[in-house]
Every structure is written in structure tokens, then in C-alpha cells.
Design a protein around this ligand. Structure first.
Ligand SMILES: Nc1ncnc2c1ncn2[C@@H]1O[C@H](COP(=O)(O)OP(=O)(O)OP(=O)(O)O)[C@@H](O)[C@H]1O
Ligand SMILES: [Mg+2]
Length: 377
């Protein structure tokens, strides 16, 4: 098991998330469509890759990151091509193979940026072409379409196209999910590093996603985190006592695999130099990992992208204060909102997104992270 920092963890580097995967497969098998919700960096993308890499029989998972889609048409075009170009992992299973062969046999006269012309002469935009592909497929196999960064796509469309297109995309998805014929062939799974619920509620469009089965991804339980850290250290030839692992996890507090990986990476470096790990080296490792600006700067720029100017300044000030005082009264929050001329509802929305996205939580470690965030501004 290698130390992975930043990229999604895959294959032998993936620490099993048994409960989450079971929840996801149960939901798929019961016919729900899924929203994976978790703060940033908790491991959503890694879990989706796991579904893709090890699907159950008669399911074909397709993972697609739509972050670069800036318009409604871009989105559907990406989805259409993902379906057409996917080299299905389990295509050697007979049903999947039949499905795959059938999909590959669909012929087009022309494919352009605005849509496609099927061999029978029907010209459709990408949204309709996607629907036709799905409707034409047999029932005995189910496709799982995992859309990562969906909320980001919605924000892009608002920014670069129009709010009405973003609403139309949400509405079409809802219609597809409600369509019995389509729903029997597809499971949609949405995830992203910004919260879909907060993006959608800002648009007063919660009704378009309230049918989704919301599956939460939690941090690791202490025992699991211990096992994970032990395995990570063992595979990386780091001699560390169980006591020191417990001490390290105690310091990290919010036990998401990302923090464990980040600190273990630094512990590994110190072990190479100092040849032994002590509590002091763990303290040093935690301090040093806060110096890896790039991981946090990315969070920072996401924050800037997600909010308008005043809300961004408001969010930044809140984080700065919390990073020093650790808590804040709601009256203080309202005062700061007034200072930046944003009303209470917007302020609540911003705070809600900060909590959702993991910028604010109960962990001291996260607060240190916030401190870093404010210093790096
Ligand atoms: N199952 C896992 N096993 C090992 N490491 C993991 C696992 N899940 C997450 N990680 C660690 O967390 C980091 C982030 O994982 P991932 O990209 O899957 O999270 P995410 O929730 O999709 O993040 P974002 O919110 O930025 O999209 C990885 O680089 C890795 O360090
Ligand atoms: Mg991700």
C-alpha cells in the first residue's frame, strides 16, 4: 500500500470502506439514485472508483468527471461520449459483453459539437441522443452513471451560460430518474467536492434533488483508523509503536484517510532522517504537513470560486476568526455579515457550505488547517 496524497486512492492503495460500499450497493439494488455527500477530501472519488473497478455482476459502472463542462450541451456531450467510449471493465461477463457489443454497433452518420445524426437519419442534440441510446438498450443490464463534480458543473453553467440552463439540467436529471423505463436501466450517482445541496438550495431548486438517496461518507472509526495507519506504516517500512499511532490519531482527531496519509507521508520522511519515531516527531510531522501549501491553496481557490465577492470576504473573515478563537457566537457572525453587506439568509447559506465542505468542524486539527488557510491568503 503506497502513500497517496491528493489523487484518488485506487487498487491496492484503497483502504476498504466496507460500510459505505455496502450502503451504496444496497441503494443501487433497491433502485434508488444516489447523492454521495461528505465534506471535502473525505474519499468520495476513491469510493466511486472502487465501484467502477469492482462492480457486481450485471452492472456496468461508468465514472465521469464533469468539472470541465461549462454548458448544458457540454455536459450531455460528455455523458454521451462516456457511454460510447467506455471500455467496460466487466465486458467479459456475458450480459455485459452483449450490451457492450450492441452499444458499439450503433452507427452514426455525423457527430458534431452540437449533436449527432444517427444512421437512420434522426438528428438529435446530445441530451436527446443520450436518452435514445439508453432507451434502445436491453433491460437485463444496469448502467451506473457516476457523475463527479456535478455541483461544480451546475455552478459553471450558472457562471458561463445561464441560471436557466442550470435549472434545466437539474430538471432533466430529475425527469430521467422519474422515468420508469430509463430508471430501470440506469442508476445515477452524484458526488462532488462542493455540496450539491447547498448549490441547489441557493437556486431555490431543492425540489429537483429531493428524490435522491443521500449516502454519507464518514471519517474512519478509531479502530479502523488504527488498522489503516498500521498497514500504511508497515507497507512503507516505518517503525512506529501502537502507542504512537494512537497518539498521532489523537492529534489528527478528524480521522479522514487524507489526513492520515498526509501525516504518514511526513512521518515517513522524518523516520528516514531520524531513524525512529517519537511523539515529538509526530508533532513535528503534523506541523510540517501544514506547510504543504498546495493542498490547502486548492481549497482556498475553491472557496473563492464558490462565493461571490462579498460572501467570499465574509467566509474568509469567519475562518480567520475561528482559526484563532475556535468558536464564534451567532451574533458575531451576523455583525460580520452586516459589515460585508450580506443579509442573514445569505450568511447562513455561506456558513452551511463551509460546514458541508469541511472548512469548519469540531476538530482542532481542522482548525489548524484553517489557520493555515488564513495565513496563506
Ligand atoms: N479509501 C481510501 N484509502 C486510502 N486513502 C484514501 C481513501 N479515500 C481517500 N483517501 C485519501 O484522501 C485523499 C482524497 O481522496 P478523494 O479524492 O477520493 O476524496 P474526495 O472526497 O473525492 O475529495 P474532493 O472533495 O477533493 O473531491 C486521497 O488522496 C487519499 O490521500
Ligand atoms: Mg473528489
Amino acid at each position: 500500500m503506497s502513500i497517496i496524497v491528493g489523487q484518488a486512492a485506487r487498487g491496492e492503495n484503497f483502504w476498504d470502506r466496507t460500510n459505505e460500499l455496502e450502503d451504496i450497493w444496497n441503494a443501487i439494488e433497491s433502485g434508488s439514485h444516489i447523492l454521495i455527500s461528505a465534506p471535502r477530501r473525505v474519499g468520495k472519488t476513491s469510493i466511486m472508483y472502487k465501484v467502477q473497478d469492482e462492480p457486481k455482476a450485471n452492472y456496468i459502472p461508468i465514472y465521469i468527471d464533469t468539472e470541465s463542462a461549462d454548458s448544458e450541451n457540454d455536459f450531455w456531450q460528455k455523458l454521451f461520449h462516456a457511454l460510447m467510449e467506455e471500455d467496460f471493465i466487466n465486458k467479459f461477463e456475458s450480459l455485459a459483453k452483449i450490451f457492450w457489443t450492441k452499444l458499439k454497433s450503433i452507427k452514426f452518420k455525423k457527430i458534431s459539437s452540437s449533436g449527432v445524426e444517427f444512421a437512420d437519419g434522426e438528428i438529435l442534440d446530445y441530451k436527446e441522443a443520450f436518452k435514445r441510446l439508453i432507451k434502445d438498450l436491453d433491460n437485463d443490464i444496469k448502467i451506473i452513471i457516476m457523475i463527479d463534480e456535478f455541483a461544480q458543473t451546475i455552478e459553471n453553467i450558472i457562471k458561463y451560460e445561464d441560471t436557466k440552463n442550470a435549472l434545466s439540467l437539474l430538471k432533466t436529471h430529475r425527469e430521467l430518474r422519474q422515468d420508469v423505463k430509463i430508471s430501470s436501466k440506469i442508476t445515477f450517482m452524484y458526488a462532488g467536492s462542493i455540496g450539491l445541496e447547498s448549490v441547489v438550495s441557493k437556486m431555490n431548486a431543492t425540489k429537483y434533488i429531493n428524490d435522491l438517496n443521500n449516502i454519507k461518507i464518514s471519517p474512519l472509526e478509531l479502530n479502523e483508523a488504527k488498522e489503516f495507519t498500521k498497514k500504511l506504516c508497515l507497507s512503507n517500512h516505518i517503525n512506529i509503536s501502537n502507542d504512537d499511532i494512537v497518539y498521532m490519531l489523537d492529534q489528527i482527531e478528524w480521522l479522514i484517510p487524507f489526513y492520515i496519509q498526509l501525516i504518514t507521508q511526513e512521518v515517513k520522511r522524518l523516520f528516514r532522517i531520524e531513524k525512529e519515531i517519537t511523539k515529538e516527531s509526530i508533532d513535528k510531522a503534523i506541523q510540517n504537513s501544514l506547510d504543504y501549501r498546495s493542498y490547502f491553496e486548492n481549497w482556498h481557490s475553491k472557496l473563492r470560486e464558490a462565493f461571490d465577492n462579498n460572501s467570499y470576504l465574509f467566509a474568509k473573515e469567519i475562518l480567520n476568526i475561528i482559526s484563532e478563537t475556535l468558536t464564534m457566537k451567532s451574533s458575531e457572525i451576523i455583525n460580520i455579515a452586516t459589515k460585508f453587506k450580506i443579509d442573514e439568509d445569505v450568511a447562513k447559506e455561506v456558513i452551511h457550505s463551509l460546514v458541508y465542505d469541511g472548512y469548519i468542524n469540531n476538530s482542532t486539527f481542522a482548525h489548524k488547517t484553517q489557520l493555515f488557510l488564513s495565513v496563506s491568503t
